[in-house]
Structures are given as structure tokens and as C-alpha cells.
Design a protein around this ligand. Structure first.
Ligand code: FES
Ligand code: FE2
Length: 365
């Protein structure tokens, strides 16, 4: 949906509602839909050393083989059920720390150092997961995959490689159910918490669209964010320099991830890794556009790449400030839920109600 498709508030649309299934026991205990791509690491975290990660209670080990390809498998040696991530990578294989058994990228045991001539290699096989390296992140599919099944492509971040976009990134790690984070991201009315940090204010809902795959909420907001002169970057840090102007603000829950744009110059994504029902990790990635600097676009690609790389993470501190404030609230929400799961406050935000319907619906897939 593009910002141009905005209609007045009176024309709020809901298409293909997702509430025809029985409700789960509690929203804050909702399962995830395993048949999706989740982001389990950024590409710099995965090296020739095994990396243990967790996705919805599943321990997974990631490593790069001799070709630099990322492999993902259950982080459990089938011999004595210890963590493979404590072992090491040998060529294309991962080797368990305990007795040195080695496994190939298909999870098959291919070497036991003390195998006698009369013995055969054990036929045990470790579960492997489909994994893709795309736009700076490692995307993993935790669901079952039938033989011959073609998986869809991960959502990806089109701006990641684009020379006109400068990226900044931080991680979000908190003790709480993933629903608190997606609600927080889709909630355009908590600017009170962020005060000077937030790039928009006075968001008015223009259009809300709901399908079994996503929720899109389009707002008209007031923003100071316009990067068309070198000095305009200073507005981000000096509130006195800011001048508000109206901009379309589009926020989308593209299950299980989040994408948003404010006008032409500002985009943010949040890539989810729900670690467990009470722990969530996510990657928040912000892009500032250099689209307005047309002279820059005429310079050699190598120089533009250098500028993009040099400016990487310029807004990281701002992101970290926002995340710290949000985490404080979300962890309190989780604690309150655990203290009294039946206690519920009034909800006035129809976008949040749509988000909750999607979480419930996908959690029952
Ligand atoms: S426990 Fe892994 S090789 Fe023995
Ligand atoms: Fe926030």
C-alpha cells in the first residue's frame, strides 16, 4: 500500500478479517507461526566459530562452512545431547567438543575419531533448518518443510544495499512476550514516552487494512524529519532547530516483522526473533535517505559506497535511547501480566486490536 492510497478516517477499511477461529487461552501466551522466516542473527555475528541462538525454545547452532555458506542445525549433539555450539568448525563440518564426532551440513555424522574397523558410523542425523543470508541478516525457517516444497523469499530490506540509504541498527532484548513489542511498534500514540527522541507527533489514523498476512495503518503525522540539506541532520539532535510539516506515516505488521516509513526520507524495520514465550530479541534497523542530494548520485559508486559505510550507525545512539525507554515499559507489562493474567486495561487504539487478532490467528496455524 502506498501513502497515496490514503482515504479519510471515515473510510477506514478492514478486509479479510481474521477472527473466525477460537481464541487461544491468552494473547500473552500466544504461539508463533513457525512457517515464516525469522531473523536469528546479523550476518557479522555468524563466522567460522559456532554461534548458539534460540528461537521459540529451540536451541540452534549457526556457522559458516569453508565456502562461507551459513549452516543451521539443532544445537544438540545426538551422542550425549550436549551443545554443538561449544565445539568448533572443521572445514564444512561441525565438531562436538566432547568426543569429537563430526557432522556435515546435512546433519549426518561423518566421523567418529575412535571408530574401530568393525564399527559403522552411527546413522543419527541432526535436524537442519532452511537458512538464508539476505540484506545483512540471517533468516531461518523453523517450520517443517515437505519434500519438494518451495519456500517464499524472506521479507528482506531493499534499502540495505541501496547506495542512497544510510543504515543504523541496534538490538532489542527484553524479558517479555513478543506481542508487547509489536504492539509497541504499531502504537503511534506513545510519543509521550519518547518526548524529544521521536521524529513525528500528532498522528491521525487515515486508513487501517487487515489481512491474514499483515496489518497496515496509515497516519497523517507532523514531522521535522526532512534530510535535504547537510545541516538538516542537525535537527535530529537539536530540538530547537526543528520545523514541523505534515508527512504520511505508514506502519505495517508484516507478520512476523515490522516495517514503517515516514515521508520519503525515513524508514525503520524491526526484525523479530521470539526467543521464548517470555523472552524476545529483535533487530531495529533505521534508514535515512540521501535521495535529495542529487550531486552525490553522480559521484563514482566506490565513493558512494565509502560514504554509506562511513555513515553506518550514525543514528545508533538515538535508536538505543528509544529502545531503552520502550523496554522499560514492555518489561513492566510482562511482569504485570504474570502477576495477574486476567487484569486488562481498556484499549482505545483500533490498530492494536487488529494486531492482536493477527497474533492470535497466526499463533493457531
Ligand atoms: S557428546 Fe558429542 S561427541 Fe560425544
Ligand atoms: Fe517506542
Amino acid at each position: 500500500m502506498s501513502p497515496e492510497t490514503a482515504t479519510p478516517m471515515s473510510a477506514v477499511v478492514k478486509s479479510t478479517p481474521t477472527r473466525d477461529r477460537p481464541a487461544p487461552r491468552h494473547l500473552r501466551l500466544s504461539d508463533i507461526d513457525l512457517n515464516c522466516w525469522y531473523v536469528v542473527a546479523n550476518d557479522r555475528e555468524v563466522t567460522g566459530q559456532p554461534l548458539g541462538v534460540e528461537l521459540w525454545g529451540r536451541a540452534i547452532v549457526l556457522y559458516r562452512d569453508s565456502q562461507g555458506q551459513v549452516q543451521a542445525m539443532e544445537d544438540c549433539c545426538p551422542h550425549r545431547l550436549v551443545k554443538l555450539s561449544d565445539g568448533r568448525v572443521v572445514g564444512d563440518r561441525i565438531e562436538c567438543m566432547y568426543h569429537g564426532w563430526q557432522f556435515d551440513g546435512d546433519g549426518a555424522c561423518v566421523d567418529v575419531p575412535y571408530l574401530s574397523e568393525q564399527q559403522k558410523l552411527p546413522t543419527c542425523r541432526i535436524r537442519t533448518y532452511p537458512v538464508r543470508e539476505l540484506d545483512g541478516f540471517i533468516w531461518l525457517w523453523p517450520g517443517e518443510v515437505a519434500a519438494g516444497q518451495t519456500l517464499p523469499e524472506p521479507m528482506g530490506l531493499p534499502e540495505w544495499e541501496h547506495l542512497n540509504y544510510i543504515a543504523s541498527m541496534t538490538t532489542i532484548d527484553y524479558r517479555g512476550h513478543f506481542s508487547f513489542l509489536i504492539e509497541n511498534l504499531m502504537d503511534m500514540y506513545h510519543g509521550h514516552l519518547h518526548q524529544d527522541y521521536q521524529a513525528w507527533a500528532s498522528a491521525k489514523l487515515e486508513q487501517l487494512t487487515e489481512t491474514p498476512e499483515r496489518v497496515d495503518a496509515l497516519y497523517e503525522a507532523q514531522s521535522y524529519y526532512r534530510i535535504d540539506k547537510i545541516w538538516s541532520v542537525a535537527q535530529l539532535f537539536v530540538p530547537a532547530m526543528r520545523k514541523l510539516h505534515p508527512e504520511p506515516l505508514l506502519v505495517s505488521y508484516v507478520y512476523p516483522h515490522w516495517a514503517s516509513s515516514l515521508g520519503q526520507d525515513f524508514k525503520i524495520y524491526c526484525l523479530f526473533c521470539p526467543v521464548s514465550p517470555t523472552r524476545t530479541r529483535a533487530y531495529l534497523v533505521h534508514f535515512t535517505s540521501l535521495q535529495a542530494f542529487w550531486r552525490l548520485h553522480k559521484l563514482p559508486v566506490g565513493f558512494r559506497r565509502w560514504v554509506k559505510d562511513r555513515m553506518f550507525n550514525a543514528a545508533r545512539k538515538l535508536l538505543e535511547g528509544l529502545v531503552e525507554q520502550d523496554v522499560l515499559m514492555m518489561e513492566q507489562e510482562q511482569r504485570s501480566f504474570e502477576a495477574d493474567p486476567d487484569r486488562k486495561g481498556p484499549e482505545l487504539n483500533q490498530t492494536i486490536a487488529a494486531v492482536q487478532r493477527l497474533i492470535r490467528s497466526r499463533g493457531q496455524q
